[in-house]
Design a protein around this ligand. Structure first.
Ligand code: HEC
Length: 196
């Protein structure tokens, strides 16, 4: 023991030269400690005994439910409005549509819309109708049995409107390489421009 152990608060143990003073804990600290104990008791009773409030998992489920309701309401609204939709002419929307087309649609419909696995989208022959609303509907619902994907689960309504509008601009396009010939489509002869 060193000889400077005069301090009455100094305890008589020492570890590697570290010694301890027996100071009283500050009152504010002690109260803070009591408050945390009281808080934990209330918390435990509220959330786990009485189960008065939702836990994180419950809050998550509730928010997801609300989110899904909002989403299906928005989807329902869009779907109901399809027959009245007009193709967008805004270059920004069309550029967005072109990017979506290149990313998601070109693998099956060819970069220029000439058709590969999927039919030619630049000619006058339509399996599902030549109206703009027909195009939106077929993109929205897809034709799963024939290999055309249901895009409503991947793309947002705005994106579907954008890509459909872009497709509209491809109608009657002069292709560098000939497009896919019509298969069994009922020929719906529509002029390259001024479609219904
Ligand atoms: C996995 C391949 C595939 C992808 C990817 C694909 N399609 Fe298709 N698409 C098809 C096939 C196959 C058909 C023909 C469906 C039928 O025979 O009824 C089709 C049909 C269509 C039609 C209807 C054409 C008509 O003659 O009535 C449109 C419009 C269309 N696709 C747009 C799109 C758009 C837009 C995308 C991208 C968001 C896309 N497709 C992505 C395979 C695909």
């Amino acid at each position: 023991m060193s000889n400077h152990s005069q301090d009455p608060l100094l305890l008589d143990h020492e570890y590697d030269g570290i010694r301890e003073l027996d100071n009283k804990l500050p009152r504010w600290w002690v109260w803070l400690f009591y408050i945390t104990i009281i808080f934990s008791a209330i918390y435990l009773a509220y959330y786990h005994v009485v189960k008065a409030g939702p836990l994180s998992a419950g809050e998550y489920t509730a928010e997801m439910k609300l989110g899904n309701e909002l989403k299906s309401a928005a989807m329902g609204k869009f779907e109901a409005g399809i027959p009245a939709l007009q193709p967008a002419a805004d270059p920004v929307v069309l550029e967005g549509g072109r990017q979506i087309y290149t990313k998601f649609c070109a693998p099956c419909h060819r970069a220029d819309g000439g058709g590969l696995v999927g039919p030619n989208l630049t000619d006058d022959y339509w399996i599902h109708g030549s109206k703009y609303a027909d195009t939106v509907t077929v993109i929205w619902n897809g034709v799963p049995a024939k290999g055309m994907i249901t895009w409503k689960s991947t793309l947002k309504p705005d994106e579907i409107q954008a890509v459909a509008s872009y497709l509209y601009t491809l109608r009657g396009a002069k292709l560098a390489t000939p497009g896919k010939p019509p298969e069994n489509q009922t020929p719906v002869k529509t002029a390259p421009s001024g479609f219904e």
